[in-house]
Design a protein around this ligand. Structure first.
Ligand code: GLN
Length: 500
């Protein structure tokens, strides 16, 4: 049996039943990371000794009879914008090289209590701004399905790590699609939870009203098990929801039994979204609708509200919030400093630190964000974007009455070649067309594999649901995954022991 081919849930089961030891799983994953990471660039940091000592600690607790969680002892990876005391947290930026947080994010505390073994921190776009990991200070991660292509972004390192068998699941963050888009590009299931369900404490902020942490894994069942571990009401995050206890109860059922009936469920399919995408994506998503129909769901028509406005509204709001959030990287509170800082006046000091520390895309967004918040332009841009956001939220509330979920593509195409749109930011932003609405409305959305295109690259579908009904989305995708095997396909580079 090859451990790296199991799902997180299956591996956790073997560890719980003492059929294998947590250290065996840790050794298997260390061997894979050592053979493949240099090429794939999925991890920015990992440490064999730290991985082994966590596994030993978990095993001791299990041997002492402690009940931890279904995922105890299962090695997992964390995106590099989630604060950890075990490893540096750099947001893939020169600005934060070497920064070791003095505290753990709430999700990390929750995972450690659940017996997680953290393998390392994964590559990403700088400060989570991007859709390819190309803006990472340490260079892009590669897609294990085809190394000439992007694994997606911004949580691309997490996706590459799980797809290539370098971890059984990973945490990502999703501000406008960064969990779902790389999951789709790498044949994974990834959930952007409802806003407030998972604590953001310790997540380095990009755009606080849109950011959420969530799971990326090989199935909906694995995602449910991860959600069961990371969800909690947290007094350190003022937007944290009190729904977490109820949610965890249904998630636990989800990971143990999980039988949601699709009879009478209504799944909406917006034809206008299908008209805008590659034929292979259109075909795969239409076939997904047919599977849901066979399972007993009614497929009903739907018009995505204000679709042309979504991407501009998202970028205006995200950049405006980022310009405030990233003001703290000035070389005094956080961030790099020059050796000769004492010779500069304060303005020159800030200017030097921020010019040298941030990459091109981050600077572009901070300038846009500062501009739309400045007096004289605020009403015309930022305020208008806020009003449009309200209209998008209201339309979804109205149109989703009586509908359980909206089915659509995750992206217009499968993973593009690396650096395809290097000099054309607008072309890159357009690929977020189908993902940003979930963040603007706070709704949960899940990406899941639904086929492989003629070029051998995975294609994903997406379901968007009702606020705090994330368990329904997990249940619907689990039902789909019991009927199909797309999610079980692995890239050939994931074979054990072979270099990537
Ligand atoms: N691609 C989007 C952006 O560049 C989404 C990023 C994210 O979700 N972190 O902003």
């Amino acid at each position: 049996m090859q451990l790296t081919e199991l799902s997180a849930w299956q591996l956790g089961d073997l560890i719980r039943k003492k059929e294998i030891r947590a250290l065996d799983a840790a050794e298997a994953v260390v061997a894979e990371i050592k053979t493949k990471n240099e090429k794939l660039n999925a991890f920015l940091s990992y440490d064999e000794a730290v991985i082994r000592s966590q596994a030993e600690g978990v095993q001791e607790k299990l041997d002492a009879g402690q009940v931890l969680s279904p995922l105890a002892g299962v090695p997992m990876a964390v995106k590099d914008n989630i604060s950890t005391r075990l490893y540096p947290t750099t947001c893939a930026s020169d600005m934060l090289q070497g920064y070791l947080p003095p505290y753990d994010a709430t999700v990390i505390e929750n995972l450690q209590q659940a017996g997680a073994v953290i393998t390392g921190k994964t590559n990403m776009d700088e400060f989570a701004m991007g859709c390819s990991t190309e803006t990472s200070f340490r260079g892009p991660a590669l897609n294990p399905w085809n190394q000439g292509h992007t694994p997606g972004g911004s949580s691309g390192g997490s996706a590459a790590a799980v797809a290539a068998g370098l971890s059984w699941y990973a945490l990502g963050s999703d501000t406008g699609g960064s969990i779902r888009q790389p999951s789709a590009y790498c044949n994974l299931t990834g959930l952007k939870p409802s806003y407030g369900l998972v604590s953001r404490y310790g997540l380095i902020a990009y755009a606080s009203s849109l950011d959420q942490i969530g799971p990326m894994a090989r199935s909906a069942r694995d995602c449910a098990a991860v959600m069961d571990c990371i969800t909690s009401q947290d007094s350190k995050d003022s937007t944290s929801s009190d729904h977490s206890t109820a949610f965890k109860a249904s998630c636990y059922e989800a990971t143990t039994g999980f039988n949601i009936s699709l009879k009478g469920r209504k799944i909406a399919l917006p034809e206008q979204a299908l008209a805008q995408v590659d034929p292979a994506v259109r075909r795969a998503v239409s076939e997904t609708a047919a599977v849901f129909k066979d399972l007993g769901a009614d497929i009903v028509p739907f018009d995505l509200p204000y679709q042309d406005a979504s991407v501009p509204v998202y970028y205006l709001i995200a950049c405006a919030e980022a310009s405030g959030n990233l003001a703290r990287y000035d070389g005094v509170q956080y961030g790099r400093q020059p050796d000769n800082g004492h010779e500069m006046d304060l303005t020159a000091f800030y200017e030097h630190n921020r010019s040298a520390g941030f990459g091109k895309e981050v600077k572009r967004r901070l300038m846009l964000g500062t501009f739309v918040l400045s007096s004289g332009y605020y009403d015309a841009w930022y305020l208008k974007a806020l009003k449009m956001r309200r209209m998008i939220i209201d339309s979804y509330n109205e149109m989703m009455r009586g509908i359980d979920a909206v089915l659509m593509p995750v992206t217009p195409s499968a993973a593009p070649p690396l650096y395809q749109h290097e000099d054309d930011p607008l072309a890159r932003y357009i690929s977020d067309t189908f993902t940003v609405d979930a963040n603007l409305t706070g709704r949960p959305a899940i990406a899941f594999p639904c086929g492989i295109n003629a070029g051998g690259l995975p294609v994903g579908a997406q379901l968007t649901g009702h606020l705090l009904a994330d368990d329904i989305l997990l249940g619907l995708v689990h039902a789909y995954q019991t009927q199909t095997s797309h999610h079980e396909k692995r890239p050939s580079s994931a074979r054990k022991g072979e270099p990537a």
